[in-house]
Design a protein around this ligand. Structure first.
Ligand code: UD1
Ligand code: CA
Length: 454
């Protein structure tokens, strides 16, 4: 069995360039926090344990997102005050039991990093004091510059401390390091803060290791976009765009038709079957699952939605709900949390449904509110039907039997039940239960005689 691989994730920086009351690591892109992406990449690279350096009062939120990313029970280490990346690693090392072998250190603000690069830098460390990822990047850049001594790295100079000659170097420090832990521990103790920012720079460990004749090797990231850091909201938007593009490409390669990736907004961890079509201006998030041959969009938003096969969702919103095979939702429907729509049901324009079970083959075509309701198969819900589920104090349930006909503009005042095969006339205000097969109309609704028109 291979040794346990540990990583220190630097996530305590003030993030001043975000100009935000929210900690930088908790800013979101494609439905996840900035920090989540680095943690997910570490988990995918087979890292066994992480120590996340944090500041302020964000531990609980960090545990939540770490668990979601694949590290249940992640260790957090508080860094107060934040005196730089070198100081952050000092604080982490003080909290970690010393161990032999490699220790990964990674900036928490590089959400485009992928697992393969993390695995590669670990391998590149073998026999060296440090392997670090670097990237060629267009100038100007605020990244630390890599000063080489032939094949090896001699030191890193931060952009703010660099001479003009150093600023002209286009090989940058990415912020992902695989250290020999014992050598890191020795070098980190010697850091000083005599630089432009008055901070303890982790990057100074590199010059110190080289001074002692230790070997520091660079691993080229290839495409520099994979190591972009997020420091302000412009970079946040750019990173979000690149992640979204990657997600769209992954699904398209797996057989999903996406008409316009530029206006399709996806999140990680979606399950979209081959031969699903996604039309423009559509956002699909949370743990949504879409089965084959369904069509989603245009202008739609799905959040934690489970969509069956051959379903159509057009110009509509579906949140925390399930839509059955062959069902048709929209245009302009709003399916709210806790709803199940049965096979082949048709939910049309301006229909809002909340916490309801809608049976197979039900038709609710126009201008309707169904809340806390159970609707039997093949019921026909006329235009303007309202389940009056709120009595001013609490929510009450409505039950509508199968094969019922609910006339246009019926108000069903809950709690109330309409039996199988029953009918309500147009404009009925139903305040009492309706027996199976019974026909009622009026306000308040009363049984009709056989010859009464409906
Ligand atoms: C850092 C590197 C730079 C590299 C760049 C790559 C240093 C000194 N510089 O610069 O060489 O090119 O990343 O993106 O390391 N953090 C803490 N505690 C602190 C300060 C920072 O945990 O006291 C965390 C931040 O939350 C962030 C990471 O460390 O995730 C990097 O800090 P940041 O201030 O963004 O460093 P850069 O200026 O980007
Ligand atoms: Ca940064």
């Amino acid at each position: 069995m291979s040794a346990r691989v540990r990583a220190v994730v630097l996530a305590a920086g003030k993030g001043t360039r975000m100009k935000s009351a929210r900690p930088k690591m908790l800013h979101r892109l494609c439905g996840r926090s900035l920090l989540w992406y680095v943690l997910r990449a570490l988990a995918d690279a087979g890292v066994d344990g992480v120590a996340i350096v944090t500041s302020g009062d964000i531990d609980e939120r960090v545990w939540g997102l770490a668990t979601d990313a694949g590290f249940a029970g992640a260790q957090t280490v508080r860094q107060e005050p934040q005196l730089g990346t070198g100081h952050a690693v000092q604080v982490a090392l003080a909290a970690l039991e010393p161990s032999e072998g490699t220790l990964l250190v990674i900036n928490g603000d590089m959400p485009l990093i992928d697992a393969d690069l993390i695995a590669s830098v670990q391998r590149a460390r073998d026999g060296n004091a440090l392997a670090m990822v670097t990237a060629r990047m267009p100038l100007p850049s605020s990244f630390g510059r890599v000063v080489r001594d032939g094949a090896h790295v001699r030191r890193i100079v931060e952009a703010r401390d660099a001479t003009d000659d150093e600023l002209a170097l286009d090989e940058m420090n990415a912020g992902l390091y695989a250290y020999d832990e014992a050598k890191l521990r020795a070098a980190i103790a010697e850091l000083r803060n005599d630089n432009a920012q008055g901070e303890y720079y982790l990057t100074d460990t590199i010059g110190r290791l080289a001074d002692r004749g230790e070997r520091v090797v660079a691993l080229d990231a290839g495409d520099y976009r994979a190591v972009l850091g997020v420091n302000d909201r412009v970079e946040l938007a750019e990173a979000g765009r690149l992640i979204n593009q990657r997600l769209c490409e992954r699904h398209m390669r797996a057989g999903v038709t996406i008409l316009d990736p530029a206006t399709t907004y996806l999140e990680p961890d979606l399950e979209i079957a081959a031969d699903v079509t996604v039309l423009p201006n559509t956002a699909i998030g949370g743990r949504s699952h879409i089965a084959a041959h369904s069509e989603i969009g245009p202008n739609s938003r799905l959040q934690n939605a489970r969509i069956g096969q051959h379903a159509t969702i057009a110009d509509s919103v579906v949140v925390d709900s399930e839509i059955g095979d062959f069902a048709l939702v929209g245009p302009w429907a709003h399916v709210r949390a806790g709803t199940e729509i049965g096979t082949g049901a048709r939910i049309g324009n301006f229909v809002e449904i909340k916490a309801s079970v809608v049976g197979p083959g039900v038709r609710a075509g126009h201008l309707t509110y169904l809340g806390d309701a159970e609707i039997g198969e093949r019921a026909n819900i006329g235009a303007g039907t309202i389940t009056c589920n709120f009595d001013g104090e609490k929510k009450n349930r409505t039950t509508i039997g199968k094969d019922t006909f609910i006339g246009s503009n019926s108000s069903l005042v809950a709690p109330v039940a309409v039996g199988d095969g029953a009918l309500t006339g147009a404009g009925a205000v139903v305040v009492r239960d309706v027996e199976p097969g019974e026909r009622v109309a009026g306000n308040p609704a009363k049984p009709l005689r056989k010859k009464d028109p409906v």
